[in-house]
Design a binder for this molecule. Structure first.
Ligand code: PAF
Length: 285
């Protein structure tokens, strides 16, 4: 596995691969890799000749009061895990390579509508940071395929739209969320939880599955949201949002929408956890 920090070197390798007719699947990450990321790598492996992973903790997607400095950096362990999984190249740019003029002077990409709701409301500027870095990394790596986790459901939709709107020649793949045996979605942020919080955290999954049953039994989504929020609070979480949306555009569902997704963001202590669950509601009548 090659580990490359410089863009010029990355471009050289990419050109060689293109000349040899080899396709590339790309997995962008912020490091601190867990089995969820490695499943994305496995998927990437299955769709292209070469797999590139980037590790870059992107300052543009963190706001001033968020955990950029605290974000865990585990480069040596990450590289070992990626090598064992058959990755061809890991790109580890510095902030100077990515944002040479600093963040204030950086051209950015913003996806209107979908980037402004849910996590976009609670974390203003977050999706601008995500769309900008992903667009830049696509231009650097020039992959035919890129792989993202469905755990970051809204992020995946923002990236799909950005790719479509900017006519980027990249096929976006969404991979199912990897969960611990108690159902907790794997996330780098789970490492912030103490033992008691870690046990408590699995209640998010239980709530999502309970809400799925209620929706399938015909319960009204708005009333169910309220009941769900109350359960979260009772279980010791501070809900940011718990919302039932239609899958096509993450807007509120009408009675005719049957392909739904329940999206949740909630704090446990100081840790913000997110998760989601897709539900297919049976048409009535
Ligand atoms: O999901 C992440 O880890 C990040 O948001 C991403 C897509 C690597 C962009 O920094």
């Amino acid at each position: 596995m090659q580990k490359i920090e410089q863009l010029a070197e990355l471009r050289q390798v990419r050109t060689q691969w293109a000349r040899a007719g080899e396709s590339v699947a790309f997995v962008p990450t912020m490091g601190n890799l867990h089995e969820g990321h490695l499943r994305l790598v496995d998927h990437a492996r299955s769709v292209a000749d070469r797999v590139v992973v980037s590790i870059f903790v992107n300052p543009m997607q963190f706001s001033a009061n968020e955990d950029l400095d605290k974000y865990p950096r585990t480069m040596a362990a990450d590289c070992k895990a990626l090598e064992a999984r058959g990755v061809d190249l890991v790109f580890t740019p510095t902030a100077d390579t990515i944002y040479p003029k600093g963040l204030a002077q950086q051209t950015y990409v913003e996806v209107p509508g979908i980037g402004d709701i849910l996590c976009g409301t609670s974390r203003p500027g977050h999706f601008r940071g995500v769309a900008t870095i992903v667009c830049k990394l696509f231009n650097m790596v020039q992959p035919e395929h890129a792989v993202f986790g469905k755990k970051d459901y809204q992020q995946l939709m923002v990236i799909r739209l950005m790719t479509q709107d900017l006519s980027l020649p990249v096929m976006i793949h969404g991979v199912e969320t990897e969960r611990a045996s108690d159902g907790l979605a794997l996330s780098s942020r789970n490492g912030y939880l103490n033992a008691e919080e870690r046990t408590q955290a699995a209640q998010i999954y239980q709530l999502l599955r309970w809400m799925e049953q209620q929706l399938q039994a015909g319960e009204d989504p708005i009333e169910l949201e309220h009941r769900g929020q109350a359960s979260l609070t009772e279980a010791g979480f501070k809900p940011d949002y718990l919302s039932i949306r239609r899958r096509s555009d993450l807007q509120l569902p009408t009675a005719d929408d049957h392909q739904l997704v329940i999206l949740v963001a909630a704090y446990l202590g100081t840790t913000r956890l997110i998760d989601n669950w897709e539900v297919n509601r049976t048409p009535t009548g």
